[in-house]
Design a protein around this ligand. Structure first.
Ligand SMILES: *Cc1c(COP(=O)(O)O)cnc(C)c1O
Length: 479
């Protein structure tokens, strides 16, 4: 038996560089051809949509057949949504720069764990350079520091853990909290904030949702009354969270007013800039986050507006110290002491233990195209959204939900009977997806269904946006 096992060369084959070289060239050629095609051929589907059961059946059949690996890769391409397609305008996922994809291939093959210095020397050093750069863009001074982590959801949770450590009674990490803790946040905040607060044990009552104004920004005139009510009900409010920007409508909260309120009441001020925090790289749009440097912590996703493959998120603290005290645990097998603060052991500050070499994907972009590329991307996406909004506003059969501040544009088709507007718009989206011509999503605003687009692809042109509205009109006529 042992002989048979030792005799098999499958393991040697699995690590054979010459097989890798041959297949790798073919895969890169195939990817380049595919991306070229989706970028240039508007008729190629954005999404080759299949119902879930049909998709599952396809792969079950594939699994039991002897497809060659190159064909498997090809089939994955043909069964996936194409974010590189200029008519992809759906969820807020970056269209990854191609060079960052190559860095991703390196990250996967090197598989440096990165949490401890030896397991990711280059990645840790590069991560410091990048997060220092972001801290500088935010307007923090040299007391600030940050790290990269896997996604805005985890970054927001980590920031709230830091907030609890800083503002709740000091033994909270050892004893848990005995008092009722709460956070103040806009009702338009991303659902992960709610989830994070529940994970921290605050329960639904500890998440105090402040209503928004007509522009979907937190209504700052209500802060005092909500805060006082929470206090009178025995809550210890630890943090105030600002949205920069909100997910549904892309609205930026008034960060200066929030900072004033947080200062006055000794609250941790956190900014969820997962999507729109990227404007710190744009001279044109950084005014949207005026006051951001007054926050105690800021989250910015590189995999939203900063052209990097998912997941890749920066969490930056105004006071470096606070990133290190969030998790005070012994881990003898990783490092000698938890109490020392080495930037190069990034696992001391992250929720994660092993993490991918995220930093090299960002670094590849910066080294190839320079730091200005991020600002250019934000400018392009925000300007195109503004062009689109004005275009919608001019078409009599369409209604724009609100003038966008960011690259998120919500609208609906209205030239049908009032009672049918929601159903017709839901049907429009279904048909767009099933035909594969465009990818857009939907949201509810004041209870009504709106078509939601986010201009994520800098290669999306005005002609693509005109084509979307034309296509919607055609769908309605066909009904
Ligand atoms: C996308 C987003 C998140 C969640 O981030 P992930 O990286 O998807 O985990 C949180 N907040 C806002 C405002 C977002 O746009």
């Amino acid at each position: 038996m042992e002989k048979v096992l030792l005799g098999s060369n499958a393991l040697e084959k699995a690590y054979d560089p010459s097989d890798f070289r041959k297949l790798g060239h073919q895969v890169v050629d195939m990817l380049a051809d595919h991306i070229e095609m989706v970028q240039t051929n508007a008729e190629h589907p954005v999404i080759p949509y299949k119902d879930p059961e049909d998709e599952l059946a396809y792969w079950q059949q594939d699994f039991s057949s002897d497809t060659e690996i190159l064909d498997v890769f090809k089939n994955i391409l043909n069964h996936s949504i194409n974010v590189h397609h200029p008519r992809y305008m759906g969820h807020q996922v970056a269209v990854p720069t191609l060079v960052s994809g190559l860095a991703g291939l390196m990250s996967d093959l090197l598989s440096n764990g990165t949490g401890v210095y030896e397991m990711g020397m280059a990645a840790n050093a590069i991560e410091k350079i990048i997060t220092d750069k972001v801290a500088h863009r935010i307007g923090y001074n040299s007391d600030a520091s940050g790290f990269l982590t896997s996604g805005g959801t985890l970054a927001n949770l980590t920031a709230l853990l830091a907030a609890r450590k800083a503002k709740a009674p000091s033994a909270v990490w050892e004893l848990g909290h005995r008092e009722k803790l709460a956070v103040l946040v806009s009702e338009e905040a991303h659902y992960c904030i709610d989830r994070a607060a529940r994970i921290l044990g605050m329960g639904s009552e500890g998440i105090i949702k402040i209503p928004v104004d007509d522009h979907f920004k937190i209504n700052t005139s209500l802060l005092t009354s909500y805060y006082n009510r929470a206090k009178s009900e025995g809550y210890h409010v630890i943090a105030l969270i600002g949205c920069a920007c909100s997910t549904a409508t892309g609205s930026y909260d008034d960060l200066q007013s929030l900072a004033d309120f947080a200062e006055e009441h000794n609250l941790w001020f956190h900014i969820d800039g997962a999507h729109g925090g990227a404007v710190v790289f744009s001279d044109h749009y950084k005014y949207l986050v005026n006051g951001i440097s007054r926050a105690d912590s800021v989250v910015i996703d590189f995999h939203k507006m900063l052209m990097t493959p998912a997941l890749n998120t920066g969490l930056i603290f105004k006071k470096s110290e606070e990133a290190y005290t969030t998790f005070e645990q012994q881990a003898q097998y990783l490092w000698d002491s938890q109490h020392t603060k080495e930037w190069y052991n990034s696992g001391k500050r992250t929720f994660e233990c092993t993490k991918s070499m995220m930093a090299i994907k960002i670094y590849a972009i910066l080294k190839t195209y320079g730091e200005e590329i991020f600002g250019h991307n934000v400018d392009r996406l925000y300007q195109m959204a503004s062009v689109f909004a004005k275009m919608i506003d001019k078409r009599p059969d369409f209604e724009l939900a609100l003038m966008p501040e960011a690259n998120i544009v919500n609208f609906r088709y209205t030239n049908v009977h009032q009672d049918d507007i929601n159903t017709v718009n839901a049907e429009i989206r279904q048909r767009l997806i099933k035909s594969g011509t465009f990818y857009i999503v939907q949201t509810r605003i004041h209870g009504n269904l709106y078509l939601r687009t986010t201009i994520m692809n800098p290669l999306t042109k005005e002609s693509d946006l005109i084509a979307l509205l034309d296509e919607i009109e055609k769908i309605v006529l066909k009904q």
